[in-house]
Design a protein around this ligand. Structure first.
Ligand SMILES: CC(C)(COP(=O)(O)OP(=O)(O)OC[C@H]1O[C@@H](n2cnc3c(N)ncnc32)[C@H](O)[C@@H]1OP(=O)(O)O)[C@@H](O)C(=O)NCCC(=O)NCCS
Length: 165
């Protein structure tokens, strides 16, 4: 299995595995493929990584810039993250997250936030931080990982593409 940035002809396969992954997710409004398309159209997909096994796309991770108190201070958001249902639980999601975080760090980013299951994201170093607030979800599900040792205070806003339907 390899992890690589998306290419132009990957877009349909990404949309279809993302839709399949979120089809059964209780917390989802099934807007994730539209969100990824909106981020791509806006040039706001900082990173769009695919996992490819046996020539097929089986997983996808998106990263996009977030604002903190209305300012771009080099932080990004991870998500949506999706693995094709028949390939879940094989480490593909973890490989996508680790590769994405390595690439963000290498590019000089300051940190990354994520909204999701704390038990899953803690393994990558994400932690709850009272100083970095997100108003759209309970605080326990919002986590951050600083690449610099310093975390800003403030209110986090995702890209407007997350409003896509
Ligand atoms: C969440 C998801 C991306 C994880 O990818 P994956 O390739 O299946 O996960 P991995 O193989 O890397 O990791 C498996 C581990 O994660 C755990 N895990 C998977 N989903 C989890 C969840 N929602 N909450 C807590 N733990 C979870 C598994 O129990 C397993 O734990 P273990 O390593 O202790 O045995 C995938 O299950 C998925 O696409 N889910 C549907 C879409 C979704 O909910 N995306 C995340 C929200 S943005």
């Amino acid at each position: 299995m390899i992890i690589r940035p998306e290419q132009a002809n990957d877009q349909d396969a990404i949309a279809s595995i993302v839709a399949a992954a979120f089809a059964q997710a209780a917390h989802s409004r099934q807007t994730e493929p539209a969100i990824i398309a909106a981020l791509r159209d806006a040039g706001a997909l900082t990173l769009s990584l695919v996992a490819v096994g046996a020539g097929e796309i089986v997983g996808h991770a998106a990263f996009s810039p977030v604002m903190i108190d209305g300012r771009d201070v080099g932080w990004h958001g991870l998500g949506p993250l999706a693995v094709r249902p028949d390939r879940q639980g094989q480490g593909i999601g973890a490989a996508l997250v680790r590769e994405g975080l390595d690439r963000l760090r290498a590019s000089g980013a300051a940190g990354c936030v994520v909204l999701g299951e704390p038990d899953y994201y803690r393994r990558f170093g994400f932690r709850n931080d009272d100083a970095l607030r997100y108003e759209g979800a309970p605080a326990a599900y919002f986590m951050s990982l600083s690449f610099t040792g310093h975390s800003p205070d403030g209110r986090v806003e995702y890209h407007p593409g997350f409003g896509a339907e």
